[in-house]
Design a protein around this ligand. Structure first.
Ligand SMILES: [Zn+2]
Length: 181
């Protein structure tokens, strides 16, 4: 398990803490975990501290951007693979966040475009996983979602990632991708 940067919601103490599997699962799912706080002297709620957003670097590499596209809806994956031109994007798809994590362990990508609502390990969990294990990728995520719920809108404000709503608006989505790479 990685050391996660956490902040006690009660006293504001920030620490790197190593979590047990169960605690890490809770943190990924909820963005918060209940663990003891030495300063508060009891178990409190700790929030994952998200890494600061890195300014996008000017794109130096020539050729298509490596783009990891994550959506549990195969139609969305297929449509985007057709719409995103191969001269500009080398698209690799994943039908789940778990599959995306496997892909990220074997290959580098310039941009990650991810759905938010997915069964199991969702886009929010994926983002928190990246914050703990692959923080350099947190500045490379664009969310693509049809979910306008308050929970999702709050998450988008907190993570400060570029996003675009479904139905897919290709021009807007490409602008968000190009903000990153
Ligand atoms: Zn505390």
């Amino acid at each position: 398990m990685p050391d996660c940067r956490l902040s006690c919601e009660r006293c504001g103490t920030t620490e790197s803490r190593s979590l047990q599997d169960a605690g890490f699962g809770e943190l990924l799912a909820e963005g918060v975990v209940k663990i003891p706080c030495a300063r508060c002297g009891e178990t409190t709620l700790w929030k994952l501290v998200l890494p600061p957003r890195q300014e996008p670097q000017p794109r130096s590499a020539k050729g298509p951007r490596g783009l990891l596209l994550i959506d549990d809806d195969p139609d969305t994956l297929r449509i985007l693979q057709i719409m995103l031109r191969p001269e500009q994007y080398r698209v690799v798809t994943a039908e789940s966040a778990n599959q995306a994590v496997e892909r990220l362990q074997t290959e580098d990508y310039d941009v990650i475009v991810s759905d938010i609502r997915m069964p199991g390990f969702d886009g929010r969990s994926l983002y928190r996983f990246l914050a703990c294990f692959l923080p350099e990728y947190t500045s490379k995520v664009v969310f693509l979602t049809g979910d306008h719920s308050e929970k999702t809108l709050r998450f988008l404000r907190e993570c400060n990632c570029p996003y675009s709503f479904k139905p897919i608006q290709l021009h807007e989505l490409e602008e968000k991708i190009q903000e990153i790479a």
